[in-house]
Design a protein around this ligand. Sequence first.
Ligand code: LLP
Length: 421
Amino acid sequence: MDHFDYKNGVLCAEDVPLPEIAAEVGTPAYVYSTATLERHYRLFDEALDGLPHLVCYAMKAASNQAILKTLAALGAGMDVVSGGEYARAVAAGVAPDKIVFAGVGKTEAEIRQALTGGLRQFNVESEPELQLISRIAAEMGVSAPVTIRVNPDVDAKTHAKIATGKSENKFGIPISKARAVYAEAAALPGIEVVGIDVHIGSQLTELAPFEAAYRKVAELTETLRGDGHDIQRLDLGGGLGIPYARSNSAPPLPTEYGALIKETVGHLGCEIEIEPGRLIAGNAGILLSRVIYVKEGEGRRFLILDAAMNDLIRPAMYDAWHDIVPVIEPAAGHERTEYDVVGPVCESGDTFAKGRAMPELQAGDLVAFRSAGAYGAVMSSEYNTRPLIPEILVKGDHHAVIRARPNFDEIISRDSIPEWL
Ligand code: LLP
């Protein structure tokens, strides 16, 4: 459920009509709903009711300071994957003991940064990383709290580019090596083992892969405890999918996911962490765009928008589907036309949808890409020197620009010219 609905025939973000935002800030633009962000965070929080837990929002999904502050105010922790994300979380006022630091390639500088500022735990992905963290922590005279990410070799049944829990993926240590790696960790001077971490992929639309992974983690918890390790915390990752097409059957709900967590690992007395990103931010954001031209091709019609692959890369990168809807509600029983929906970038890959049945549209009409709040703005680029597009946050009948569109001078002035030119 989200808070983007037609009201009096006009698509609104909560109580703000999208044409008002388009008139004020121009298009393309990302528009987020506070109520949807809050609702989705609370669904996870409530789904784990009864277990000690922390929902660590995977801020890679959407990391604007205003979004982070909105979630932090509800008590969210953060899952960060770089020094930059760590700095963003701290700048948004997230307490360091609510920040978990993940990623296969943490650098020495990033490890120092997090140990200096404080953190809840590193989710460690390899033995060399474990050794580096230990060395730095020992040098600093501190002990680094860690979980070790295990790779359970489970098929997440999602797009190959976002599956992470199979043995061929670069993530985690093979679960078969876990006992040896935990023994090594226990012997290292700068390491304090606090738990186990697992994350098998993103946009999962079934519970079965989670169940398989979590049962393996439960078994491993007992084994490691038997070996004398103090496993207090289980980080179960993120990955619960969202319905991208309204016509499709819906993925499991956070309540069902929470029930599965309770069933598989609830008996272990561990504190549970989860790292949802997409389900919190995805349906909380739309990409607002305007039709530049309708072009008649040979046997096809192109809807040429002012948004492009540099603004929303998911269709080009993962063949992802996003519902694209007109901002002015079409009349009941309207005719539908098939369009190839494309952007202005000079690549054929700059295609959002092929042969998409949509109400008839004209140059100047506004459209909204639904479910664009996660992995939208954060994955955008300035390819073709197209400025990063603005982000707007709506709350009730208020809205605010939370990232402004840069002008061309700002973009160009980031380059510097060597003295010989
Ligand atoms: N935790 C870890 C360790 C992760 O790697 C990820 C996502 C998450 C949590 C959050 O997963 P979520 O709840 O959002 O599914 N750019 C791709 C998605 C990449 C996901 C990467 N890792 C897309 O647009 O579909």
